[in-house]
Design a protein around this ligand. Structure first.
Ligand code: C5P
Length: 408
């Protein structure tokens, strides 16, 4: 049967999704979301906050999910206890959609005054939230801080979309569409094969910061997104990952040990120390090549004339690991603006990389800050040019190559 085969092919087939619904007008979309999850083959149980019942009826959700809806801690008619612990244990994923500002705030602070929240605190499965609220509530510093806190604790966020809101205003805050949420959960639950189990890998990521005085510094545009995606992908495949990170605004990927550094010198020390125990390293950080020769202890006052800052070379981390590597893996990055391939090839030799990921600032969609990248892999056997891909997809291709290296 055609629909049966669709459900079997879906990453959601046979998976248990606990759908949490909170009191937002977007709760009406939870009906469609529930249908899509069921059509994809998932088992769905629904827990609602008391206010959510005002937006969509338990009867609708019970009919669609084919399970009774849970709202209270116990059934007032017969006293049967709705165990939040066993709900959390049952689920492969706890999806809270829509998630209001109120529920996100309570999740971030650990308030547990309804069944949906107690279940969150006791759930051991991955938790996904799809925020839905007015644009100003979404943009409010409190909401943004709560989302960051949750992301740091590993909660996955399906970003709201821009568009017309129930308030009549237009902006960011509208819950992501049910098909996008379903795809997000499906991807999250796609089991990665633990092909890198037993391997210990270092990833350097982000920009370094070189102090000029207590106030100013020299840095660069690196966001860290590429390195964080790589660290997350390697960890998802079972590697023990140490992420040596310059300053970024990103959440640590699940299962990754993160060491925060600021300057190139600090990154050098952290990476060299960690490399002793490692099977390899991916050098994705944008490390300053020069740092102020003297750091002023006090803020440099402005004068009338020009100001000269003398710079000294920093130590090259990749070259140092290259000198120590022996048979271990070393992957480098090269961001070039001209003569890309020639520069990358000479770097491959100088730093003893096993392969280089080259991105050129000349390619649209490649480089800093964005979520996409266009790269070419360069090794001693030749070049492989990839199309424009998401950074997550590029990370997966890099991890594929790393797997091949360890299989040799
Ligand atoms: O020579 P270049 O800086 O272009 O080389 C880039 C590669 O070397 C990247 O993989 C980068 O992370 C690494 N690198 C490093 N330490 C430095 C400079 C660059 O690890 N001080």
């Amino acid at each position: 049967m055609a629909s049966g085969s669709v459900a079997e092919a879906s990453p959601l087939a046979g998976r248990r999704i606990l759908l949490g619904i909170t009191g937002s007008i977007a709760a009406y979309k939870a009906a469609v979301l529930c249908r899509l999850l069921k059509t994809a083959g998932a088992e769905v149980r629904v827990v609602m906050t008391p206010l959510a019942k005002q937006f969509i009826t338990p009867l609708t959700m019970a009919t669609l999910s084919k399970n009774p809806i849970l709202v209270e801690f116990f059934n007032p008619e017969n006293g049967a206890w709705n165990s939040h612990v066993s709900l959390g244990e049952w689920a492969d994923c706890y999806l809270i959609a829509p998630a209001t500002a109120n529920t996100l705030a309570k999740m971030a602070t650990g308030i547990a005054d309804n069944l949906l929240l107690t279940t969150y605190l006791s759930a051991r499965c991955p938790v996904v939230v799809a925020p839905a609220m007015d644009l100003d509530m979404y943009a409010h510093a409190a909401t943004q801080q709560n989302l960051r806190t949750l992301a740091e604790r590993g909660v996955r966020i399906v970003e709201p979309a821009e568009g017309e809101l129930a308030s009549g205003l237009t902006g960011k805050g509208r819950m992501a569409e049910p098909d996008a949420i379903t795809a997000f959960v499906g991807e999250l639950l796609t089991e990665k094969k633990k092909t890198l189990c037993g391997k210990r890998l270092i990833v350097t990521a982000g920009a370094t910061i070189e102090s000029i005085d207590p106030v100013r510094f020299i840095s660069n545009h690196s966001s860290g997104k590429m390195g964080y995606a790589i660290a997350g992908e390697l960890a998802a495949r079972g590697a023990a990952v140490t992420l040596v990170s310059g300053r970024t605004a990103l959440a640590t990927p699940p299962g990754v040990e993160r060491v925060d550094v600021l300057s190139a010198d600090e990154m050098y020390d952290a990476a060299v120390r960690a490399f002793d125990e490692a099977d390899g390293a991916v050098m994705c950080a944008a490390v300053a090549d020069y740092t102020p020769a003297e750091v002023s202890a006090t803020k440099i006052k402005k004068g009338d004339g020009e100001l000269f800052i003398r710079l000294r070379r920093t130590r090259d981390i990749a070259a140092e690991l290259g000198a120590r590597k022996g048979g271990r893996l070393l992957v480098g990055f090269a961001l070039e603006t001209h003569d890309e391939e020639a520069h990358a090839e000479s770097k491959l030799e100088r730093k003893k990389f096993d392969f280089i990921v080259l991105n050129s600032l000349r390619d649209a969609g490649a480089g800093f800050r964005g979520d996409t990248n266009k790269v070419t892999f360069i090794d001693r056997a030749g070049h492989e040019e990839l199309p424009l891909l998401s950074k997550r997809e590029v990370a997966a291709r890099i991890a594929d190559r790393i797997e091949r290296f360890f299989r040799q």
